[in-house]
Design a protein around this ligand. Structure first.
Ligand SMILES: [Zn+2]
Length: 373
């Protein structure tokens, strides 16, 4: 069904087209011409202009041969982490690597290639299917900026599958935590540390007092938090007047997330009050939670598709955030799928040809399953 030689050839070609966060133009143009040649309708949104990049998100549509079946979307991102320019792929024993000086960019070219091959197979095999949408996002690695600025009206799908997960094909990730960032600046009172320290109020002592009263790290099975950086003070002879901390809280449960954020903010405020100083605290949403359950249709559909390929579905949550979180926040039920890439974000990154092909098979199987729904 899948043309393995064609998949591998396309993968090798696309990883050799340079692309980076905000600098996806070359790859975007290459995909536009491939998608158009395959007969898809292709639209580029204005997200690039919004974030100062040279390319927008691409949304491609393969009109269905069937009506009244769910529209499914598949998504992958166009950008890569560094060092990602001048990739020279090498094949050894059925596995594709870089030459060791760069990443391979299977993250996320593998997902892109799996989508393109699936479309070719749907056409060649005259598979009956509903509408299929392909979404290619920019600047995922630089803070999910493409997804955040996506023109949501261009996506009509009932569910989306993000081909951007670790683990072998068959790995299904239906849930991921929400994240909040907390920035705290405590304003103490400076004084000469040797001459009149009693006139000062140490901002470092204030935050230390707050932190020792906090629950941090692993809070429960679905909630974590961390104080990641602390900066403040000028010299040993000055009572420190200002300290700034950056903290994060993650949870797959929005209620627990809010409780932990309130706990930390409350302890900082209480400590500031005890010492008679002020604290400036801001809480920002980095991304919302993804929390589909096994019973959701979007998950059931992929579970059945994986089984249809003779593979065993492995449902697992992730602790990270990705484009899928953003699309869930925009009301699109989303699932992340393992695509067989390994050691991503490193020069040792690799993917086996077997997994590359299996991912394309899974895309076809999901489209077939949706046609039965
Ligand atoms: Zn990725």
């Amino acid at each position: 069904m899948i043309n393995q030689g064609r998949v591998v050839q396309e993968f090798l070609e696309l990883v050799q087209i340079d692309s980076a966060s905000g600098q996806e133009r070359l790859l975007t143009d290459a995909l536009k011409s491939r998608l158009t040649a395959l007969g898809l309708e292709v639209v580029e949104d204005n997200a690039g202009a919004a974030i100062g990049g040279n390319s927008g998100n691409l949304i491609a549509r393969l009109p269905g041969t069937l009506k009244n079946v769910p529209t499914v979307a598949f998504a992958a991102h166009l950008d890569r982490v560094t060092p990602g320019f001048g990739i020279k792929p090498r094949i050894k024993d059925g596995v594709i690597y870089s030459d060791g000086t760069t990443i391979l960019a299977a993250d996320d070219v593998a997902g892109i290639v799996q989508m393109l091959e699936a479309v070719r197979v749907l056409k060649e095999q005259n598979v009956e299917h509903g509408d299929v949408e392909l979404l290619f996002t920019i600047s995922e690695e630089a803070g999910l900026k493409g997804a955040k600025n996506l023109d949501r009206s261009l996506v009509k799908a009932d569910a989306a599958y993000f081909l951007d997960g670790g683990g072998d094909v068959g790995t299904i990730i239906p849930s991921a935590p929400a994240q909040r960032k907390i920035t705290v600046t405590v304003n103490g009172v400076p004084a000469h540390a040797g001459i009149e320290p009693e006139k000062g109020i140490s901002a470092i002592v204030v935050v230390a007092d707050a932190i020792t009263r906090m629950n941090l790290g692993r809070i429960d099975e679905e909630t974590t938090c961390n104080i990641g950086t602390i900066k403040g003070g000028v010299a040993t002879n000055i009572v420190p007047a200002e300290v700034t901390l950056l903290c994060e809280v993650r949870s797959r449960n929005e209620g627990k997330l809010a409780t932990q954020v309130d706990h930390m903010v409350g302890e900082f405020e209480a400590a500031a009050k005890r010492f008679g100083v002020t604290a400036d605290i801001t809480v920002e949403e980095s991304y919302p939670a993804m929390n589909l359950s096994e019973d959701d249709q979007a998950v059931q559909l992929v579970v059945e598709a994986v089984k249809a390929l003779g593979l065993s579905p492995v449902l697992t949550p992730t602790g990270g955030g990705s484009d899928a979180n953003i699309l869930v926040g925009k009301g699109l039920p989303s699932v992340i799928l393992g695509i067989g890439m390994e050691k991503v974000h490193s020069k040792e990154e690799f993917i086996s040809i077997k997994q590359l092909v299996a991912g394309a098979e899974l895309v076809v199987a999901i489209v077939k399953q949706a046609a039965k729904a």
